[in-house]
Design a protein around this ligand. Sequence first.
Ligand code: DX5
Ligand code: ZN
Length: 220
Amino acid sequence: MSGIKIAPSILASDFARLGEEVRAVSDAGADYIHVDVMDGHFVPNITIGPDVVKALRPHSDKVFDVHLMIAPVDPYIDAFAGAGADIITFHPEAGAHPHRTIQAIKAAGCKAGLSLNPGTPLEALWPLLGDIDLVLVMSVNPGFGGQSFIESQLPRIETIRKRIDASGRAVDLEVDGGINFETAPRAIAAGADVLVAGTATFKGGPTAYAKNIATLRGAR
Ligand code: DX5
Ligand code: ZN
């Protein structure tokens, strides 16, 4: 069993059957349920809010990995924590005080993640690496599923992997965007240990989920 975790992004699921979809990928071997929250302001798209997270919570006992693409973040932390988020990840560009946001996420009882856009300097991460539980490297520009993997993120993943290992702390290194059967092994080779996959997980419908997840993970 590899140590690689798979986090299906429910953005690519059938929104008319969201509870069943979350149950199906949970049964099919997902490790995290990746929930993409978009506000039409920080990113161009609008998706779902805390009430939907709350409605989905009884459908899965997996880790709810909530990716906030919203600004501001702080006023919504308690609502997502109360709805059942386990990890709350945000983008440093969403506010002036990312360290305060990390403190607020932890005070709400959740693990904290920091997400880096393809153009976000790694300098935004280093001062905060000792305070977070997860780094989310965006390998597409946030806002939409189904985009192509941006190659320039691979060396950044390698650099972050070295720093995490040197820290000795348990920090997830998660990659999000354009992960498929071809890019997944390359992201893993660069040092990622959690792969978000929307299109590649949900392709083929429920009967394909277990095989899709196993293939992404590298299990034979
Ligand atoms: C993009 C989201 C991703 C996206 C991934 O803003 O953060 O989680 O849904 O979709 P795929 O796997 O289809 O690239
Ligand atoms: Zn995401």
